[in-house]
Design a protein around this ligand. Structure first.
Ligand SMILES: [Zn+2]
Length: 500
């Protein structure tokens, strides 16, 4: 089921349909969640996992290393501030996922999901002019979760199990993409009702505004970002552009909210925040990734080649040149990409974060041409940052240094066990060294990281079979890890099926 993208969404998968149709008949015999006013955090986490699993499978889900790192650079300080202010309690902190899932989608949208998962469209990053604006949206959504708005909202559905609630939310998400297919999908009229119940109340929105503003300020972001982002959405709302701004459907720009924000704006004494070169480049990247069509890519190249660009502020120039070079590379026009890249290098000279992004872009272009020695020349191979790590270890595996790659990646996944891309690279690094057993386990862990326990268990079982046939190279430690992990994943899978 495509949940991220409106334009290319067609029909629910068979699995989703089966899941949705199963809802009604099962209802009567199921235990209730309880009569308490709130959904338990454990139940909410389960609902979230069920939905997140679909999002990971969505063709528009992206783990773009540069965008993800940039979003994390905003998200983690917001989480820390919410902890510091006591909005994020130790219990919720531990129970919930607190993960942002990015979708390649040109529409402007962000949404809080049960259990601490957040969905963010690349199109929203593309319309922000500085990190404070992006922080304001994330802080608002974060506050919906910490204030338990979701659990209060779904309490009305307390006859349903977590699994049914997940199906209902998935249905409503699909419905918001394509009203006709969607509402038919979630059982006619009941679907619409569910969707309405799945919107936050105005009080909840006000609370998320107020607490979000406090959290983002405590995290060191400019409150001004809240105001300018709000103005941007309000402007879109006046143009009635809600097709491109689905965020407006769930966050109507009421005059009340506007007045609230106006009064807060007076508290802020600082002027508008100038965009950094880095943000302009990240936002340009989001724009190119959101609009992968040939015409859009050509448009990005044309903008970069326009003579009028030289008169623009430096950040704008950096963004347009970065977007143009990336677009040219995607069009496989290497000559133009190189030429725009040279101009980009001159433009960002002296600005370290922007220079780093430019280098990463050059490395990415070399990677797409499988020019691994060039990748290693461009990337700071000693860096502990994720985009560098992923590029470096991949290039090492391809150039006879798989052992170095697996050592670096092993250390990394020990600290970041949910990094599916790193597990996948680790699998290739082991395979390149002829360590098939470890390769299969790393591949299994990549599936676990994206909550696909069924696929993970298949791989653990294949690994156990290899051990039985003596193909494990007497790697007893590895064999015992595989047995333990297979049991753990099996129990997770059993838990999942009991939710029905
Ligand atoms: Zn909201």
């Amino acid at each position: 089921m495509k949940l991220f993208s409106a334009s290319r969404w067609r029909a629910p998968t068979a699995a989703a349909l089966a899941l949705l149709m199963a809802m009604a008949p099962v209802r009567a015999q199921l235990p209730q969640l309880g009569d308490t006013s709130e959904l338990s955090s454990g139940a909410e986490r389960k609902i979230g996992e069920r939905i997140a699993r679909e999002l990971y499978r969505d063709p528009d889900y992206t783990d773009d290393a540069v965008l993800v790192e940039y979003v994390q650079g905003i998200w983690q300080p917001l989480l820390a501030a919410a902890r510091g202010r006591g909005e994020l309690t130790p219990e919720l902190d531990e129970r919930f996922a607190w993960q942002v899932l990015l979708g390649k989608d040109r529409t402007v949208n962000a949404f809080a999901l049960p259990g601490g998962w957040l969905g963010l469209h690349s199109g929203l990053i593309a319309v922000t002019v500085n990190r404070d604006e992006l922080a304001s949206v994330l802080a608002h959504e974060l506050s919906h979760v910490t204030q338990r708005h979701i659990s209060r909202m779904v309490t009305q559905q307390s006859q349903a199990t977590p699994w049914m609630l997940a199906a209902m939310i998935l249905g409503a998400m699909a419905a918001s993409k394509n009203p006709q297919v969607g509402s038919a999908m979630i059982m006619g009229g009941q679907g619409l009702a569910a969707q309405q119940q799945l919107n936050f109340s105005r009080d909840m929105e006000r609370e998320a505004d107020r607490i979000g503003l406090g959290v983002m300020s405590a995290a060191g972001f400019e409150p001004q970002g809240f105001v300018t982002m709000f103005e941007k959405l309000q402007q879109a709302s006046r143009l009635n552009d809600s097709g491109a701004f689905p965020y407006l459907r769930t966050h109507p720009m009421s005059t009340e909210r506007a007045a609230d924000m106006q009064s807060r704006q007076q508290l802020s004494t600082r002027g508008p925040v100038q965009p950094t070169l880095e943000h302009a480049m990240v936002s340009a990247r989001a724009r190119v990734i959101s609009n992968p069509g040939v015409d859009s890519l050509r448009g990005a190249v044309n903008d970069a080649e326009s003579g009028a660009l030289a008169a623009q502020p430096r950040a704008r120039q950096a963004g347009v040149l970065y977007g143009g070079a990336l677009a040219a590379a995607r069009l496989r026009d290497a000559a133009t990409a190189r030429q725009l890249f040279t101009r980009l290098e001159t433009t960002v000279a002296g600005d370290a974060p922007a220079q780093r992004l430019a280098r990463l872009l050059a490395a990415e272009i070399a990677q797409s041409q499988q020019d691994w020695p060039r990748v290693l020349q461009l990337v700071d191979t000693g860096s502990e940052r994720r985009p560098e790590l992923l590029l470096t270890t991949q290039a090492w595996t391809q150039t006879g240094r798989a052992r170095d790659a697996s050592q670096r990646l092993q250390t990394w996944v020990a600290g970041q066990p949910r990094d599916a891309a790193a597990w996948q690279l680790l699998a290739s690094a082991y395979q390149a060294q002829g360590q098939a057993l470890r390769g299969v386990r790393a591949d299994a862990e990549a599936r676990v990281a994206q909550l696909d326990y069924r696929a993970a268990l298949d791989r653990f079982r294949a690994a156990q079979e290899m051990v039985r046939k003596g193909a494990g190279g007497n790697d007893y430690i590895e064999a015992s890890i595989i047995d333990t992990r297979a049991r753990q994943v099996e129990s997770l899978l059993r838990e999942q099926s009991l939710e029905r």
